[in-house]
Design a protein around this ligand. Structure first.
Ligand SMILES: *[C@@H]1O[C@H](CO)[C@@H](O)[C@H](O)[C@H]1NC(C)=O
Ligand SMILES: *[C@@H]1O[C@H](CO)[C@@H](O)[C@H](O)[C@H]1NC(C)=O
Ligand SMILES: *[C@@H]1O[C@H](CO)[C@@H](O)[C@H](O)[C@H]1NC(C)=O
Ligand SMILES: *[C@@H]1O[C@H](CO)[C@@H](O)[C@H](O)[C@H]1NC(C)=O
Length: 210
């Protein structure tokens, strides 16, 4: 009994020493594997972040502008013009990213010779990956804003009204747990020809900031 116990103990010891060592070794290999895998995943994420999921610039475009309503009358006494203009505007926002672009509320602005004369609100929305979203808006010139503009009289008599539309869309793209802010804006100058009620070609500038 005694001898057997000792022998067992001895056996236990002799066999447990290499087991301890190998389990330590195994733990080491395991640790290395975990570290290796983690580094691998991090590298993969970084590579993806700079390639497939790289944030690309969303682009807003004024696709189409048309005159819905155009009326004017001369106020001879005040040497002023009363002008009513409503434009149908087709704005599109292209999201070239592999993930959705979420934008906040915004406004489309109509300027006449640098003065704000009309605006239309844009509600916050999301554009899915690779999609282009079209929005039809109506921009109405607030006639009272124009009443005292000294240039309007000569512009109406010459038959050409220079306008500008502007849109700035602040939003974000969520790429691998990170929210990347992107603001896209576009500004277009165009003329309204009163004689034939048409709109000239637009001269546009586009910008995107991260
Ligand atoms: C412009 O619109 C206002 C309100 O709708 C109207 O009272 C006015 O007569 C219009 N003016 C012209 C020149 O059509
Ligand atoms: C967006 O909405 C908030 C609250 O409704 C308002 O205060 C803000 O002026 C709006 N921004 C734009 C650009 O319209
Ligand atoms: C916007 O208007 C165009 C033509 O007027 C039409 O083809 C398009 O479907 C409209 N888009 C929306 C979102 O209403
Ligand atoms: C409208 O009139 C303007 C100038 O008066 C001219 O340049 C333009 O070509 C005309 N557009 C059409 C569609 O006739």
């Amino acid at each position: 009994m005694d001898v057997e116990g000792k022998a067992l103990k001895a056996g236990g010891w002799s066999s447990s020493t290499p087991t301890l060592a190998s389990s330590r070794k195994r733990r080491k290999t395991c640790c290395l594997a975990v570290i290796g895998t983690t580094i691998g995943i991090v590298i993969l994420i970084v590579i993806l972040a700079f390639t497939v999921f790289k944030a690309k610039r969303p682009v807003t475009t004024f696709d189409d502008l048309s005159i819905k309503d155009l009326d004017f009358s001369f106020d001879i006494a005040r040497l002023a013009v009363r002008l009513n203009v409503t434009l149908d505007v087709d704005v599109s926002v292209k999201n070239p990213n592999k993930v959705g672009f979420k934008y906040s509320n915004s406004t489309v602005i109509l300027n006449y010779r640098g003065e704000l004369v009309g605006e239309a609100p844009l509600l916050p929305d999301k554009i899915s990956a690779g999609e282009t979203k079209h929005m039809n808006l109506s921009l109405t010139v607030l006639a009272d804003r124009l009443l005292f503009n000294t240039k309007l009289y000569s512009d109406v008599t010459s038959g050409i009204l220079p306008f500008n539309t502007y849109i700035k869309l602040p939003g974000k793209v969520k790429i691998l747990f990170f929210n990347i802010h992107a603001t896209t804006s576009s500004s277009c100058d165009f003329d309204i020809y009163i004689s034939n009620r048409t709109i000239s070609e637009q001269r546009c500038k586009y910008k995107t900031k991260f």
